[in-house]
Design a protein around this ligand. Structure first.
Ligand SMILES: [Zn+2]
Length: 430
């Protein structure tokens, strides 16, 4: 039988199907036809993946791609698909009154598969930045946190909307006055629609622990349910997951994980702190998903793209197969899209990524200007979306000195950084 494409000689890692080995991938009519050692097909085209990893098309669990409609969104095809990411989850750029623009102008027009979390605020992030400090918060007034409108929008757009988003931060919730109610309403809609809630939780009045009186107040991640997603896991601002007195991952965070709450990196411009990540991962607390939180303020550093976030977790000692799982099967399951993507299962869209682990010797920055000597880089080599090969790019400057200098301004706002945490044990020494 003739087939369109055979990808051969690479190490195929497909965690959803427990595959890891020298295998061939056959693609025909835009679909995965077969994965195996000896495939008896006549390929019209062969891609030689010698020395490379062949994985399901990568999924970025957290980006902002409502381009031009929010101040910070990026173009998904340019910043994600061209970096090997075939599926992205827009994490709350739109709300019930702005979602149809995202659907019509981004979801339906991008080559990248775009799924969305709907913000509990009607206008999503149309008027505020994604990073703390932008003027005006999307949840400043309770009048825009409309449970019914949010639930209805989800129910009409189940093919695209996969969850709810809320940001718990003083400066996007009227200096904290609306935080608890924003959280309550977001949780209520997620519960009503049986979808996950993703929370951003930093510089917040919401504590970590589960409330003793859930009718009155909530805790984050204490009140998150199994399947809900805690993003920006490794930030060092107030509400860091590390107990600042002991250097240990907070017991409420450990409890949440054992309950089934998922932890996303959500790197962004502020939420990746090498010190926090080293403390957590040395205690075997690794993320479930490696969302980049890619947006205009971090795409040229400190996040760059999803392969860079993967590179950082390789440096932190996360096993390679777990890294691939956290950008394929894990987010696919978390968002309920595993029947569409996230694996090389026969019949799924032929979304395939080829990556290479290259030797390097760079000082790579976190979001607060701290650097680590990174010696291995995960780089995209080739990508196919529904069987069509897309040209791959890499960041122009990597690392970018301007980004490091800018990020360094955030260092003094951290509760934990390299200076403050010097006394904590154990530390990862790399
Ligand atoms: Zn975000």
């Amino acid at each position: 039988m003739e087939v369109d494409l055979l990808i051969e000689n690479g190490r195929v890692i497909d965690p959803a199907n427990n595959l890891d080995g020298q295998l061939k991938v056959a693609i025909n009519n835009g679909k995965i036809l077969a994965v195996g050692e000896n495939l008896d097909f006549k390929p019209r085209e062969i891609f030689d993946a010698s020395g490379c990893l062949v994985t399901p098309g990568l999924i970025d669990a957290h980006v902002h791609c409502y381009e031009y409609a929010t101040p910070i969104s990026i173009n998904a095809d340019d910043c994600c698909l061209a970096r090997g990411v075939t599926t992205v989850i827009d994490a709350g750029s739109s709300g019930a009154t702005t979602f149809m623009g995202l659907r019509k102008y981004v979801v339906e027009r991008s080559k990248t598969r775009v799924k969305c979390l709907l913000h509990i605020a009607l206008h999503g992030l149309a008027a505020s930045g994604c990073s703390a400090g932008a003027g005006g918060g999307e949840s400043d007034t309770l009048a825009v946190l409309d449970e019914d409108a949010c639930a209805q929008c989800i129910n009409y757009n189940r093919d695209v909307i996969v969850g709810v988003k809320v940001r718990l931060s003083l400066d996007v919730c009227n200096m904290g006055k609306t935080e608890n109610e924003a959280f309550r309403r977001a949780l209520a809609v997620a519960e009503r629609c049986s979808v996950p809630l993703m929370t951003h939780h930093s510089v917040s009045t919401v504590p970590t622990q589960k409330s003793l009186d859930p009718k009155a107040t909530f805790g984050c991640p204490g009140d998150l349910r199994a399947g809900d997603i805690y993003t920006h896991t490794f930030h060092g601002y107030p509400n860091t997951i590390i107990d600042v007195n002991t250097g240990q991952v907070h017991s409420d965070v450990i409890d949440a994980r054992s309950r089934g709450v998922l932890f996303d990196v959500g790197h962004g411009a502020g939420a990746m702190n090498w010190t926090v990540a080293e403390l957590a991962t040395s205690q075997n607390f690794f993320p479930d998903m490696l969302g980049s939180d890619l947006h205009l303020v971090n795409k040229d550093g400190p996040a760059y793209d999803l392969p860079t976030v993967m590179t950082k977790f390789l440096h932190l000692g996360m096993p390679l197969v777990d890294i691939i799982n956290s950008v394929t099967s894990s987010p696919a399951k978390a968002y309920g899209i595993e029947t569409e993507t996230g694996s090389l299962t026969k019949g799924l869209s032929a979304d395939v990524t080829v990556l290479k682990i290259e030797e390097c010797d760079v000082m790579l920055e976190d979001s607060v200007g701290q650097t680590r000597n990174v010696r291995q880089r995960i780089k995209p080599i080739a990508v196919w979306r529904e069987g069509e090969q897309i040209k791959v790019t890499v960041p122009v400057l990597w690392p970018n000195p301007d980004s490091i200098e800018k990020s360094l301004r955030q260092k003094s706002r951290q509760e934990i950084n390299d200076d403050i945490a010097a006394g904590y044990e154990p530390r990862v020494s790399k």
